[in-house]
Design a binder for this molecule. Sequence first.
Ligand code: FRU
Length: 485
Amino acid sequence: MKEWTREERYRELRQPEEILDLYRRNQASPYRQRYHVQPMTGLSSDPNGFALHKGVWHLCYQWCPWGAVHGLKYWYHVTSPDLVHWENAGIGLKPDCFYDNRGVHSGSAISKGDDLVFFYTGNHRDDDWVRTPYTCAAVLGADGRPVKIPKPLFGPRDDYSEHQRDPKVVWNEETGKYYIFIGAQTLDLCGCVLVYESSELLSGWRFAGQLKVPGYERFGGMWECPYIVNISGQDVLIFSPQYTKLPGRGESTNHNVYLIGQMDYRTLTFTPQGPYRHLDYGFDFYAAQGAANVGDPDKAILIAWIGLPDNHYPTAEEDWEGSMSLPRELRVKNGRLVQTPVAAVRELRQAEIGPGADLPESCEIELSVPEGDFDLALFTRPDGTGGMTLHYDAESRVCHIDRTGLEKRFNEQVGEALDMPLEHPLGALSIFIDRSSCEIFANDGEATFTTHVYPTGEERGCRVSAGAGIRIWPLAASVTDKFVL
Ligand code: FRU
């Protein structure tokens, strides 16, 4: 893989011409997604600034224009009327001032009246590469581009490490205040959440304290992208703990988990009711962010990066990588999250095809699974061998998913097989395949499994246990992927 110097990774983008050839090259890739948001060029990672504002969904992603490398980060902005058809809107925020001289890092947005307000981390580094993270804001301008507020809202605290970032803003009706959650690390290297409060969005922010999460004082070394949302009267804390291995998750040290419980904004205590669970059991799902202004107390809408920090993917050879997941609706049922793709995905369905045909490069598969053990293989070779396999063991209620049978293997170091445990017997699978991703929803969203996949032109077969019902719909393209800066 290409070795990048710091100068190359942290180069500022000045002219469109600097990435036009790269854009054309990236566009020619057989792995460009057709209905998932992806980097216009180079690398995309975390979703940022996700909100509904005046009937339009706004989403940004962490973007490094130059290639499959985490370097100088921009926010790239996309918009959608329905969470499924996305248009490129240009650079949202660029690292062009003292406070973000080494990157505009992750953050969120909230719509209030006529304003869409963005909160982000200005990643400042001095000449000795010492980092100071600032919490900054911007407001969507009349031309549809965010305009930065010149001064940060607040700087870092010196009683925590340099890891203080990813402001997620929420409004709490009960206290009548806005809160910002910051992902942080204590001086003795434990992950935590810092809470700031204000009654105004652009002023008056004060440190309220460290979020208390009983039982989770030593759970990973950094909590990235924290977020608390109330769904049907229950609070859900979602975060991405790092620097720790968790049972059943192979060698990976990056995770995305949730807790269901009660959040007390007055004592800043989140009391979990039940164990932590993985938001998704797949190989590639991280830094999930919920949309603001959904306007329905019984659901949240969430999107995540299909990818993990420290990993790289086969399209790195083509100088790009990354994708957003499908946006999902989150509901709470019997003390756990139930996740389903947003309704508008349905509209992408084309005429159904027969089960014996080659898998279309973008498609939806619906499977009804009979009682007992079950096997599925996707992306098998013409002779029926290989592919990504799913084996369901009825006794333990675990789906074991193994991608070692694919021609293009990647990230072997974190493991290529993982389990998706289920609470109920497996009855249904709903699978969304795009050119370089596969998202599996089990039992109407009881558990999900997201992974990148890079099938070759030959790997188009699909094999299922006898007795299962299978339906396949090709899906229409819904991302325009135009060159817009
Ligand atoms: C998560 C993360 C965030 C940070 C951003 C930088 O993947 O590390 O904590 O703000 O990526 O790109």
